[in-house]
Design a protein around this ligand. Structure first.
Ligand code: XUL
Ligand code: CO
Length: 438
């Protein structure tokens, strides 16, 4: 049975098309900057938003019907979601998906029952994957919804909860490996605190690190060769989350010796919640060799929470793609951790959300390549540091200069002239020119 029978196969029609159910910029097979668009932009469907979220919020129930013809909370429904997901991905030409264990099946009465359900559904998903190009990008465990995780999982004060989390992670890793996933994510939504008055921060962070080490050891022992990712987020649901941003997460990974196995999964709306731009956190990850994957979405400048909107801001996707291209691409992909607005509740809206997001990133890619080819921005940055091309500059860069030597040179010069202008306004006008002319 076709769920989306009224919706067509989504095709590329080009920028002049007015067809809402067509791509204007995403042309999967087009080669740009040495690769097919679809290889630059490995788009993934997030099982939780697309197949599970109904738009329910604190003030009212969901508006979207995601029953897909079955009774929610049953295994029949879990399978209907698989059917819907595969039909959806095929119609949009999306080749990857991401999941939490809890998105796949309803939790059973105990771990054994939940695990048996996961075995059943992953068998079913595998059978659906056969003969398609659809692959698993990454998997993760939901260690935040169930009340048992009210104080976190790795950071929980309760040993029982900690062990339960370990079992849950073990199974989620097994599911990820079974589905051929190339990444495994830790998003620490409840790994943080509400008040320091009841919190031993060092103890909690050490326990989180131990759990991650155990996860790495186990995953490697069953043949997982992919990357682990931390997905930074500063707050929400906790007031303060330990994986605050890219820089904090990298410091944590290095401190606890996890940096060889982990990279980062940077989410746009999480970076902005941390008071950074999306491109800032991408840059921090990239210059530390830890740019792994991206949760592609956007927030709302007026709202201080994670709105998880489909990306529409081409200025932002351009600057993001510039970072990604300069870093040599992602080892992971672009997962739409994004949901329709509550009043956009139809199947058609689901398609239009993805078309918007895919086209916004495709246009961002096209414009980022145009900026690189234009060359003015790169050239300006190079020139800006050109004084370090001197012999003395090289000596400093090579770590061979001393403070006394520099001091003697500076005293001889007497006064340092002002550095060259940063020309921010000029650079911003170059971006506008490339974005809006041709
Ligand atoms: C929550 C969030 C999660 C992670 C996976 O803000 O982004 O959905 O991506 O747990
Ligand atoms: Co996310």
């Amino acid at each position: 049975m076709s769920l989306f029978e009224k919706l067509p196969q989504i095709k590329y029609e080009g920028p002049k098309s007015k067809n809402p159910l067509a791509f204007k910029y995403y042309d999967a097979e087009r080669v740009i900057h040495g690769k097919k668009m679809k290889d630059h932009l490995k788009f993934a469907m997030a099982w939780w938003h697309n197949l599970s979220a109904t738009g329910a919020d604190m003030f009212g129930p969901g508006t979207a019907d995601k029953s897909f013809g079955a009774e929610p909370g049953t295994m029949e429904h879990a399978k209907a979601k698989v059917d819907a997901g595969f039909e959806f991905m095929k119609k949009l030409g999306i080749e990857y998906f991401c999941f939490h264990d809890a998105d796949l099946v309803p939790e059973g009465k105990d771990l054994a029952e939940t695990n048996a359900r996961l075995d059943e559904i992953t068998d079913y998903i595998k059978s659906k994957m056969a003969g398609t190009n659809i692959k698993c990008l990454w998997g993760t465990a939901n260690l935040f919804s169930n009340p048992r995780y009210m104080n976190g999982a790795g950071s929980s004060n309760s040993l029982d909860v900690y062990c339960h989390a370990a079992a849950t992670i073990k199974k989620a890793i097994e599911c990820t490996v079974k589905l051929g996933g190339t990444g495994y994510v830790f998003w620490g939504g409840r790994e943080g605190y509400e008040t320091l008055l009841n919190t031993d921060m060092k103890f909690e962070q050490e326990n989180i690190a131990s759990l991650m080490h155990m996860a790495v050891d186990y995953a490697r022992s069953i043949g997982f060769t992919g990357d682990f990712y931390i997905e930074p987020k500063p707050k929400e649901p906790m007031k303060h989350q330990y994986d605050f941003d890219a820089a904090t997460s990298i410091a944590f990974l290095r401190q606890y010796g996890l940096d060889k196995d982990f990279k980062l999964n940077i989410e746009a709306n999480h970076a902005t919640l941390a008071g950074h731009t999306f491109e800032h956190d991408l840059r921090v990850a990239a210059i530390n060799g830890m740019l792994g994957s991206v949760d592609a979405n956007q927030g709302d400048d007026m709202l201080g929470w994670d709105t998880d909107q489909f990306p529409s801001n081409v200025y932002s996707t351009t600057l993001a793609m510039l970072e990604i291209l300069r870093a040599g691409g992602l080892t992971g992909g672009l997962n739409f951790d994004a949901k329709n607005r509550r009043p956009s509740y139809t199947y058609e809206d689901m398609f239009e959300g993805f078309i918007l997001g895919m086209d916004s990133f495709a246009l961002g890619l096209i414009k980022a390549v145009a900026l690189i080819e234009d060359g003015r921005i790169d050239e300006f940055v190079k020139e800006r540091y050109a004084s370090f091309d001197s012999d003395l500059g090289k000596k400093i860069r090579d770590g061979e200069a001393s403070l006394t030597e520099l001091s003697d040179i500076a005293i001889k010069k007497g006064i340092a002239p002002l550095p060259g202008s940063g020309r921010q306004e000029y650079l911003e006008s170059v971006i506008n020119e490339v974005l809006f002319q041709g």
